[in-house]
Design a protein around this ligand. Structure first.
Ligand SMILES: [Zn+2]
Length: 110
């Protein structure tokens, strides 16, 4: 669970030093990542009120996402699981099959 620990640290007190994992864009949260298998880059737009599901069961988490992505280059499944509080701050994040990128990393050519 090394990746989980690393990401969780970003949301903590170090948030000013490191770029955010999710970028707010209009009514969406955007996350960038790269397929571990083939290196294909993704930009996932998660719409508030649509992709972000309101969680009525848990007292702490307000919204959650559970989404699967499959790229065009390989059949590797990428699963994004995230939980947010009422202000869309990350409580939990688990991305399998991919590495999170910053917007700069996403936009630059390899
Ligand atoms: Zn791939």
């Amino acid at each position: 669970m090394g990746i989980f620990k690393k990401i969780f640290g970003i949301t903590d007190h170090e948030s000013k030093k490191v770029p955010p994992t999710f970028y707010s864009e209009g009514n969406s949260l955007v996350i960038y990542f790269r397929c571990k298998k083939c290196g294909e880059k993704f930009a996932a737009y998660l719409r508030k009120g649509y992709d972000l599901i309101t969680n009525y069961d848990d007292s702490q988490a307000c919204y959650f996402i559970n989404k699967e992505f499959i790229g065009s280059k390989c059949f590797e499944k990428i699963n994004l699981l995230a939980e947010f509080d009422e202000k869309y701050r990350i409580l939990k994040l688990n991305l399998t099959g991919a590495d999170i990128l910053t917007r700069q990393e996403y936009e630059k050519d390899d």
